[in-house]
Design a protein around this ligand. Sequence first.
Ligand code: SF4
Ligand code: SF4
Length: 364
Amino acid sequence: MTDTCDYSDFSQMGTAAEIPVYADENDGIVSCKLCHNNCVIKNGRFGSCGVRGNKSGRAIIPFYGFISSLAVDPIEKKPLYHFKPGSQILSLGFTGCNLHCPFCQNWRISQKTDIQGRYMKPGEIISSALKYDTSSIAYTYSEPLVHIEFLLDCMALARRHGIANVLVTNGCINQHAAKELLKLTDAANVDLKSFSDDTYKQLLGGDLQTTLNYIKLCYIMNVHLEITTLVVPQLNDSSRELSEIADFIVSLDKKKIPWHLSAYHPEYRWNAPPTESGFLLNSAKEARKKLMYVYTGNISAVNDTSCENCGEILVRRNGYRVNVFGEVSMQDTENKKNENISFPLLPGARYKCGKCGKMSGIIC
Ligand code: SF4
Ligand code: SF4
């Protein structure tokens, strides 16, 4: 059953489920422990994300299962370039966000909760994925992490149906919750918006260290990881800051984690002119001195992936038209970085170079 609902009609909202794991309830006050904001929420109010609240002293999540958008996208749109290239992915959008980026490109659903949408159950999401024959589901558009209870339910069900789970996220979530979620996550694209504590705290309402910890955890837990930085003029576009981000990525895994540098367009409260294509291309060129896989987004550019050994093209991309030339190999050379954690992954098939046979990090 799918209900439609307007936020203004609170009585029709999903069950006001309790959130005992991520919140304490004391003397009528709810203390949410899910993210760096650690909100102390009074009766009748919501936390900074706008979706986790206090009703008569009880922690509530009335947006459990509230879906603001449901679409089938090319996986490259997430962006993920080294995970199931050329495939389609069922993409779910929610509402609310624990950050408040002034340049948010999705502010109509991330910074407001009085939006149109519909309630869906995890089973309905899986049915949609099966109906559209997508082998993966993305939790994306606004910030999925603040809907962790729904994600855990939906991801567990997806796993049981052999469907991969993809998180597209700001990574601002406390470690205990992140660990639980990442056990069910196959791939993540994490925004690393800046390398400045001040920018994260004062401008975005986020926390740099929490984000870095989340990214490290993705890596340790063997989740396929790609990182995105929206290059925003006057915010994070200094060569020093971009270089610091590249150094951090290198510190995780030598050179192999893909980094997407995306062009910003004026949106919400940020009026600086759009990122210039030439600047973005130059920044990518600089970054490629440190990292093997740097891609540009929201501009027209060559974004192919070549074999790291012989240079043969493995994946050719023309916009969202994708041709994969690598050969499927079941040999998995990169799995199990941490033997104490026995997850994910899907079977571990990767593409290898059709010319020299070198295994790539690209998951089939
Ligand atoms: S998840 Fe929401 S309510 Fe909880 S601490 Fe973060 S912003 Fe506050
Ligand atoms: S974290 Fe993402 S969704 Fe949230 S405000 Fe920032 S850009 Fe928007």
